[in-house]
Design a protein around this ligand. Structure first.
Ligand code: DGL
Length: 281
């Protein structure tokens, strides 16, 4: 029996973890943020794969039978390869890794009325075209949905440094969202396709209001991912039986522990200061 592993390149996965823990509080969790090597968004395909694979293996060694890649960049660049080529080679090939893209896409097609969807994400996620491929299977009133993507490479480094409401971040968000809406003015739903972005939801909403689009629905991933995990565990009782249930959470970072503890406490909205451990590769 072991905990559920939650992996992200940095702090963003906490926005997913918060929802998972809220919906499924009975399980034990280990959260691992690779803050020491974040951001992943501008890294090569090989680097994102190698780093993610290393993190998944570490979480398996720490006893997790199941790992969630709470990171779009890792899900886009590494998930399929790990599922198809790495897991079968491992000493215990029954462990599992799940990502965040498919649960998001399955939900977003039910939210849009216009059938025009926007995606904001890292460069790596946008260039992987993972969302385009998954969304190609979705229709609204029999018509395939239209996806317009915008890579926002400046957002994550600013969020990682704790600048959730700075003038620099405001300028970047304004310029990227206006470019996205110029490219397709019919967009009525925007996927926050990077787990860091829900941390700045109020800033994004303010910018959409200033751009005269307050009606646009923002689609964060925490809820679809957590409900999809719940559904997965109902369909896979053999995995559910392997999960320990003492409602315990451990946090680890490959970066600066004090900074992680401070920002994670803020991002999770906890009253009590969270404690984290350090992991070295
Ligand atoms: N959290 C990651 C994501 O969802 C990316 C942030 C990064 O660039 O490391 O895409």
């Amino acid at each position: 029996m072991g905990p559920i592993g939650i992996f992200d390149s940095g702090f963003g996965g906490l926005s997913i973890f918060r929802e998972i823990q809220h919906l499924l509080p009975q399980y034990d969790y280990i959260f691992l943020g690779d803050n020491g090597r974040a951001p992943y968004g501008d890294r090569s395909f090989q680097e994102v794969f190698d780093f993610t694979n290393q993190a998944v293996r570490r979480l398996f060694e720490m006893g997790c039978p199941l790992v969630i890649l709470a990171c779009n960049t890792a899900s886009a660049k590494a998930l399929r390869n790990i599922q198809q080529n790495e897991l079968p080679k491992m000493d215990d090939p029954t462990r599992r890794v799940l990502g965040v893209i498919r649960p998001t896409v399955e939900r977003v097609a039910n939210l849009t009325y216009s059938g025009h969807i926007g995606l904001v994400a890292t460069r790596a996620t946008v260039s992987s075209r993972s969302y385009d491929m998954e969304l190609a299977k979705q229709h609204v009133d029999g018509v395939p949905v239209v996806l317009t993507s915008r890579a926002c490479p400046k957002w994550v480094p600013l969020i990682e440094s704790g600048e959730l409401d700075s003038a620099d971040l405001y300028r970047e968000v304004y310029s990227d969202l206006s470019a996205l809406l110029d490219a397709d003015p019919e967009i009525d739903t925007i996927i926050l396709g990077c787990t860091h972005y829900p941390l700045i939801t109020s800033l994004i909403q303010r910018v959409l209001q200033e751009l005269d689009h307050p009606e646009i629905i923002l689609m964060p991933q925490g809820k679809p991912v957590s409900y999809s995990l719940k559904d997965y565990l109902q369909r896979h009782p053999e995995m559910e039986a392997r999960l320990s249930k003492r409602a315990r959470v451990e946090y680890f970072t490959t970066g600066d522990v004090a900074q992680f503890e401070q920002l994670a406490t803020l991002f999770l909205g906890h009253k009590q200061h969270i404690r984290a451990g350090n992991i070295e590769w």
